[in-house]
Structures are given as structure tokens and as C-alpha cells.
Ligand binder design. Structure first.
Ligand SMILES: [Zn+2]
Ligand SMILES: [Zn+2]
Length: 311
């Protein structure tokens, strides 16, 4: 096989532990926020958590070649977390991926992956296979359904997951939260959920708590958010309390509403977030509420944001 162009990473990601926010938005379309997802990079090993809208684009904005992602962990299978999966697999295959990407997720992940690759993208698979003198001969993924526990131990990185409450009672589908630990520190990825006390051990003392914060606190904005009152999503005051109780060092809220969106974006979010615009005032209220119970650093994520845990 001719030499495949080697995938490269920026120098700063080749050492230490870093996070790239590959999407900071909600389930609905938002031109400035992709579907909530993030990459954790340890000594140049790139682990991706979820694969919704704009993952590929945000990796590229941060200077990360998507073909360097070695493992992908799904929190759950809602469309805002899997929406770019087929595209990601096919486009990074064409881009010269050199090793299969390991894919993990809750029960149903193998079926979802097969449906995306060999259902929706079967014609692409045939097309790319015809390029086999230049790319790997088979679709470069290995996929497995996982249960809570230690999922990944390699390159000095440990990934552990636990089950969360995200409409589980209604759908019967599990959703997972992950903790990534290395010699440099630790990062928690919530997926979608209301944080519950049983998740405190997984989040305990992490350097960075990346947590969904999809809904306003009661009274913060007049919304009709779907699932309000059920264990589906997290509001900023609840997140502040969870960060405090878990003793984390820093909270980064993600899966955010379209705070500063134009009228068209507000319109597509109206059924989800209600008829009252979630404007800059609500964004400020989110920041204040995040700091209301927690004394460490808090922030709202934005797309292509890079956070260094240890350089
Ligand atoms: Zn979501
Ligand atoms: Zn969800």
C-alpha cells in the first residue's frame, strides 16, 4: 500500500492533558454551537466523547485532524450526540485514517453504528473501498456495547463510566457519564442527565467537570422545556451544587441554549425552549447560578474552546 499521509497534531497537544470542546449546544440547530461533545487529549492520544453536529469542524478549528481520534465514547444515542457519526467515520477514512477507531457506548451502539455505516452510508462504503490503494480496505471502526465500569486502559489513560438518569425510565435506554484519568489529572463528561448523588464518586475531585446545563432554573426564563420536572436535564443551580458536593476544581457548563441566537434559530428552538427568547440576560443568570453554590472557577463552554489541564 502506498504511504498514507501521516495524521498530525499541533505540538501543544503532543504532551500533557487537554480538552477541546467539539460542540457546546443543545439538541436543536444553532449556527454557533454544535451538538454537545468534547475531545480529551493525553500525550497526543485523542479520545472523543459523542459525535453530534459540527464535531469534525470544531476539531479542525482547534487544529486536530479527525483521523487522529483513536477512540470514541458515546454517552447515549439521541440525535444531537450521534448526528455526525456516519460523516465522521467516512470522512476520516477518506482522510487516511491509519488505525481503526475504537467505538464504545451503551447498549445499542453496535446496532446504531451498523445502521449508520452499512445502512445510511452503504453507497459511500462501496465508493471508498474502490480507493483501497490509498486508504484502509475496511471501514476503520471496531464497535462494542459496554456496561458501567472501567472501559479503557491504555497509553496511561483510564476511562470509567457510570449510568445516569436521562429519560431512562421513559425510554428504557441507558445514558452514561465518563471519567478520564491520567497522570496529569482528570476530566468528567456528563452526557445528558440530571446529576444524582450516586454519580459523586465518578466525579469526585476532578480537575474539570464538563457537564450539561441544558435548562434554566425555575423562574430564570419562561420556557416550556421538554421534560421539565423529570430527570432529564440539568439546570445551573443544580450543577453548582453537584460540583460543590463532588469537590471538583472547575465547572464548565455545556449543552447550552441558543442565548444570543438570531430570530431563525430562536424559531427552531421554540417548541423546546419556549416562546421567550433565552437572551443575554439568561446567559448572565446561568453564570451567576453556576457560581451560587460553588467557590471554584465556573464557565460556559464555547465551540472549539481548548482547556489545558496540564501542559
Ligand atoms: Zn443532548
Ligand atoms: Zn439526550
Amino acid at each position: 500500500m502506498p504511504e498514507i499521509r501521516s495524521a498530525s497534531l499541533p505540538e501543544e497537544f503532543k504532551r500533557g492533558m487537554h480538552v477541546v470542546i467539539t460542540g457546546s449546544g443543545s439538541a436543536l440547530p444553532d449556527p454557533v454551537r454544535g451538538g454537545a461533545s468534547q475531545a480529551v487529549i493525553v500525550d497526543g492520544v485523542v479520545l472523543l466523547f459523542d459525535c453530534g453536529r459540527m464535531v469534525t469542524e470544531n476539531l479542525l478549528k482547534a487544529g486536530v485532524n479527525p483521523a487522529t481520534v483513536s477512540a470514541l465514547f458515546f454517552t447515549h444515542h439521541h440525535f444531537d450526540h450521534i448526528g455526525s457519526y456516519g460523516y465522521f467515520v467516512i470522512s476520516s477514512w477518506i482522510a487516511g485514517r491509519q488505525d481503526a477507531m475504537q467505538v464504545y457506548g451503551p447498549q445499542g451502539t453496535v446496532a446504531m453504528s451498523d445502521g449508520a455505516i452499512h445502512g445510511a452510508h452503504e453507497s459511500d462504503v462501496g465508493f471508498v473501498r474502490a480507493m483501497t490503494s490509498k486508504v484502509l480496505p475496511d471501514v476503520p471502526v471496531t464497535v462494542q456495547d459496554i456496561e458501567p465500569g472501567v472501559i479503557y486502559e491504555d497509553h496511561g489513560i483510564t476511562v470509567t463510566c457510570a449510568e445516569t438518569e436521562h429519560y431512562s425510565a421513559e425510554s428504557g435506554k441507558k445514558s452514561l457519564a465518563y471519567r478520564v484519568t491520567s497522570k496529569y489529572g482528570s476530566v468528567y463528561v456528563s452526557g445528558d442527565c440530571t446529576p444524582t448523588p450516586d454519580l459523586i464518586p465518578l466525579a469526585s475531585g476532578v480537575d474539570l467537570l464538563i457537564h450539561e446545563c441544558a435548562i434554566p432554573d425555575p423562574g430564570m426564563a419562561e420556557t416550556v422545556s421538554l421534560g421539565r420536572g423529570k430527570r432529564g436535564h440539568c439546570a445551573p443551580t443544580t450543577l453548582s451544587e453537584f460540583g460543590r458536593d463532588a469537590g471538583v476544581k472547575r465547572i464548565l457548563a455545556t449543552h447550552l441554549p441558543p442565548f444570543r441566537a438570531n430570530a431563525a434559530t430562536v424559531a427552531v428552538s421554540e417548541l423546546y425552549y419556549g416562546s421567550v427568547s433565552l437572551g443575554p440576560d439568561v446567559e448572565d443568570a446561568f453564570r451567576k447560578a453556576l457560581a451560587s453554590r460553588f467557590s471554584g472557577e465556573v464557565g460556559l463552554a464555547h465551540d472549539a474552546q481548548v482547556i489545558t489541564i496540564a501542559g
